[in-house]
Design a protein around this ligand. Structure first.
Ligand SMILES: Nc1ncnc2c1ncn2[C@@H]1O[C@H](COP(=O)(O)OP(=O)(O)OP(=O)(O)O)[C@@H](O)[C@H]1O
Length: 613
């Protein structure tokens, strides 16, 4: 088969389809058209300044460089920028993806521009059916002014404009609203222009048709202004935070990362927030608002701040609504993280009261992140508080006084032993609160000298002193009666000497014993079949132990009771009291036992009273 001569063609673009794609899939809202217009105007002025350094002087005055007028149906934006020749109009405006800002020859200058993709102007078609650009080039004084009028069906016309109609270099873009579209309403335009452009480095006004011009720009950014004193600066930043971010900050951290051309502030949230909540930072790129919901600007652990920054070297995504997640952003993120960490260290060294105030709000979040961030953990550990047998204290301080550090696995376990352990000089940390156990276990990684051990009941019972043999012998028959009584609730009874003297009895059991008690409880309440199954898995785990304190005067008196019935009732009461102190749930057998012992005691006490008729 012979080949035919290839014929050459160019892609056809269905403009409506493309605009539909942009408005539904690239941009979050048609409102971005204001940003694109402002951006082109500012870029054109930048290009003109590069062309003519003298030009700058004209903009040191208060008069607006960029003027937007609108009556709601027609919007015009005028800039005194570099302008366009007829050839450029065809090449740049009528070519999708065509941009003057990617010119490799002016690579150095390119960094100065906001745009780069060559699709920005198309965003205007999401709100307008006709776009007209009238322009005179500053590059070529002899070139005539030109008007490019494009419709949303993809057709456009180009006309030369008489010199008198457009004598000065610069550009006017006019939009005609789509029928029923209210994006060009003056109030809306003022709001959007402020949202995107309030920090832009050229003066901008919006003039509602027949109304007074409204100043849009308010520069330099608050954090770069001169203030009479630090308090005035802080007040201005606080006010800004309340107005724009909606909260009164707990503190303000200055950010300055020259490598990323980034300056700004991080506002510390005044209320607790979940570390997993989506962060929302306000990022300006070359002074134009890129997004107020950036979630990749600060490290994950810095969940307690909301930043407002300006950067001139990070890259936007094509929608220009978020930061492109590249190596440069990673570097900036690390640097921002380092400055937030420095703030924490500085507070720790210079203003512990403020650090305490910060942790009072964000401690749980800091703990959550410190589990996965060894550096943060090391920085914060001296400031994080844990419940321990030496009171609420930091782990490094606690570990200096107690070795090993015992970790109670649950709040109940901790409560059970805290008082006794403290009296015996055993250091226990309550690992029952969210994240605390993990952080205690991380201690030896930071300081290999520190030993952390899981608390077993044996540790406590081994620390209780045995009685001397004579005292032990004297208590034999009492102990036999006591054990017989508590056998029904599966509890053993022993006597030891320990501090504090005020604690008469201590109930010790480990998790296995507790599980066994629950199993036995279920068995007692189950029907025959289920009860049989539960009985078959009965464990011979160590039983719970009621440890009576021989140093306690009441216990001594109880030990001397000759009447086995009364001795049994007294032991039941001691068990009930120890059980309540341990905060463990009462099984039905426990409740019955408590009731019985209480009633028996009441009867004993009142038996000689005669009821009065
Ligand atoms: N006001 C203006 N003055 C002079 N030239 C302009 C103006 N507006 C647009 N242009 C020219 O038209 C080109 C295309 O503009 P468009 O907004 O579509 O893309 P861009 O700004 O280059 O890139 P981006 O898609 O990133 O915004 C620009 O590169 C610029 O050369």
């Amino acid at each position: 088969m012979s080949e035919t001569t290839p014929t050459s063609h160019t892609f056809q673009v269905d403009l409506r389809g493309l605009v539909d794609l942009l408005s539904h899939h690239l941009y979050s809202s048609p409102k971005v058209y204001v940003r694109e217009l402002l951006q082109n105007a500012v870029d054109a002025i930048t290009a003109r300044r590069q062309l003519d350094p003298e030009f700058d002087a004209a903009f040191d005055t208060d008069s607006a460089a960029v003027r937007i007028t609108t009556d709601g149906r027609r919007l015009r934006i005028t800039d005194p920028g570099v302008g366009l020749t007829i050839a450029e109009v065809h090449k740049l405006l009528a070519t999708i993806g065509g941009s003057s800002k990617r010119d490799e020859e002016i690579e150095g200058a390119r960094r100065d521009f906001l745009g780069q993709f060559g699709i920005g102007l198309l965003a205007c078609f999401t709100v307008a059916s006709v776009i007209t650009v009238t322009s005179r080039s500053a590059r070529d004084a002899a070139a005539p002014a030109v008007r490019w009028a494009a419709k949303d069906d993809g057709s456009y016309t180009v006309t030369e404009v008489p010199h008198a109609e457009h004598p000065e270099p610069g550009t006017t873009v006019e939009l005609v609203a789509r029928p029923g579209e209210d994006w060009l309403e003056p109030d809306r335009v003022v709001r959007l222009a402020r949202e995107y452009g309030s920090l832009l480095p050229v003066a901008i006004t919006v003039e509602p048709e027949g109304g007074a011009p409204v100043r849009i720009t308010d520069t330099p950014p608050l954090w770069e202004r001169e203030y009479p004193n630090p308090t005035a600066r802080r007040l201005a930043l606080n006010r800004y935070c309340e107005e724009v971010l909606g909260f009164a900050p707990l503190d303000v951290i200055d950010l300055d990362v020259p490598l990323s051309g980034l300056t700004g502030v991080a506002f510390v949230l005044p209320h607790a927030t979940s570390p997993s909540a989506r962060p929302a930072h306000r990022v300006h790129l070359k002074r134009m608002l890129l997004t107020d919901t950036a979630d990749n600007l600060v490290p994950e652990w810095a969940f307690f701040v909301r930043c407002v920054v300006d950067t001139d070297s990070l890259r936007p995504t094509a929608s220009r609504e978020s930061l492109y997640d590249d190596e440069a952003l990673a570097v900036a993120r690390d640097a921002v993280g380092a400055q937030i960490r420095e703030w924490i260290s500085r507070l720790a060294a210079e203003d512990p009261a403020r650090l305490e105030a910060f942790l009072a709000v964000h401690e749980l979040g800091v703990k959550a992140l410190a589990r996965h961030d060894e550096e943060l953990l090391a920085a914060m550990l001296p400031w994080l508080r844990f419940e321990t047998t030496a009171g609420r204290t930091s782990l490094p301080e606690f570990a200096r006084a107690y070795q090993p550090v015992y970790l109670a696995g649950t709040v109940d376990e901790y409560r059970q032993v805290a008082q006794i352990a403290a009296a015996q000089g055993i250091g226990v940390v309550n690992g029952g609160y969210t994240y605390d156990a993990e952080l205690v276990q991380a201690l030896p990684r930071l300081d290999p000298q520190v030993k952390v051990e899981q608390l077993q009941p044996g540790v406590i019972s081994a620390s209780l002193d045995p009685l001397d043999t004579r005292a032990e012998l004297a208590l034999q028959s009492f102990l036999a009666a006591a054990r017989a009584r508590l056998d029904a609730v599966d509890v053993d009874v022993v006597v030891r000497e320990f501090n504090p003297v005020s604690v008469p009895a201590l109930l010790l059991d480990d998790r296995e014993a507790r599980r066994e008690r629950q199993r036995a409880e279920a068995e007692a309440q189950a029907d025959d079949l289920w009860g049989g199954i539960l009985a078959s898995i009965k464990q011979h785990a160590p039983r719970a132990q009621l440890v009576l304190n021989h140093r306690n005067p009441t216990v001594r008196r109880i030990g001397a009771i000759a009447d086995p019935e009364l001795a049994g009732t007294a032991v039941e009461s001691l068990y009930g009291q120890a059980l309540l102190m341990s905060h463990r749930p009462l099984r039905s057998a426990d409740t019955a036992l408590l009731n019985r012992s209480f009633m028996n005691l009441l009867e004993r006490v009142t038996k000689d009273e005669r009821p009065q008729d």
